[in-house]
Design a protein around this ligand. Structure first.
Ligand SMILES: C[S@@+](CC[C@H](N)C(=O)[O-])C[C@H]1O[C@@H](n2cnc3c(N)ncnc32)[C@H](O)[C@@H]1O
Length: 273
């Protein structure tokens, strides 16, 4: 008997190049024995338009008891909730001070160390993984630091929805996930259009400081940041130092690992025009 093979279900969504304001036939074609069209509501269109390729996957698992406890008992002291209203710095920190956004704090080692060295600066740390958020909250408590707030949410949305234009004195992106395979490069954070959105939130004269131990990503960072019209390189190419206009990037696990594995480490510091 000859086995009959069914056609593979396939979904393809097509959007018009300019965003429509009315409900429209978006061309959702579902091929499974037949072809049908679906009309999306304005709400569904908005949701789809907001979707972007994430620079992280929510799969990293282990969280210690101490980190869990920190999430429950300590995080409320430092947490900022994601919403679509602009972040009120004065309300969050109770003062007006230079303001630095750190994207991807990891376990918070760098964040806490820099915040301790600069009590005169306020920091907003953005991280998606609970273990990291718990670890950072624990460090802040142990070190008695009150100049850091934590937001557990995708930085791409935080920047777009909560950070006012020209409001950041600095941005730190230290050792973002390198997404090594070519087919995953689209997940890299230091890429357009995100860098343009981010640059527009830095005040003129403010800075963005990135670092990586992955050469191919370092080259991409240099290309993307150099190509952004709102930014100007503080150095000629990669930065020869780890210091930016506010602070020095401390040595961390990722830096040490990069050197141990012979990858090298690259810093890039650009100024907002
Ligand atoms: C390789 S770790 C580096 C951590 C830290 N910066 C350091 O140097 O130790 C990158 C971190 O970025 C976080 N991350 C990646 N994409 C993010 C996003 N869109 N928003 C917030 N955090 C993100 C990951 O969860 C991860 O903890």
């Amino acid at each position: 008997m000859v086995e009959q093979r069914l056609p593979k279900p396939m979904t393809r969504v097509r959007f018009p190049s300019s965003a429509p304001s009315q409900p429209f036939e978006c061309g959702l074609w579902v091929r499974f024995f037949m072809t049908e069209k679906k009309v999306l509501s304005p709400e569904e269109i908005e949701i789809l338009k907001k979707k972007h390729i994430r620079s992280f996957t929510l799969r990293r698992g282990h969280i210690s008891q101490a980190q869990k406890r920190a999430l429950d008992e300590l995080l409320p002291r430092y947490a900022v909730q994601y919403n679509t209203e602009l972040f009120d710095r004065k309300a969050a920190f109770g003062r007006e001070a230079p303001f630095v956004l750190e994207i991807g704090c990891g376990m918070g080692e760098t964040t806490a160390s820099i915040a301790e060295q600069h009590p005169e600066v306020d920091f907003l740390g953005c991280e998606v993984f609970s273990a990291g958020v718990g670890a950072l909250a624990k460090r802040l408590d142990e070190m008695h630091l009150d100049n850091v707030r934590i937001i557990q949410h995708d930085a791409v949305e935080v920047v777009k929805d909560m950070i006012a234009p020209d409001s950041l004195d600095g941005v730190h992106i230290f050792f973002p996930d390198p997404w090594r395979k070519a087919r995953h490069h689209k997940r890299r954070l230091v890429a357009q259009p995100f860098i343009h959105e981010l640059a527009a939130r830095i005040r003129p004269g403010g800075y963005i400081h990135c670092a990586t131990d992955w050469e191919n990503y370092a080259e991409q960072m240099l290309e993307v940041l150099s190509g952004e019209p709102l930014l100007k390189n503080l150095h000629d190419g990669f930065s020869p130092v780890m210091a930016n206009p506010i602070t020095e990037r401390p040595m961390t696990k990722f830096h040490a690992r990069g050197e141990r594995l012979g990858h090298g480490v690259w810093d890039l510091i650009f100024i907002r025009l």
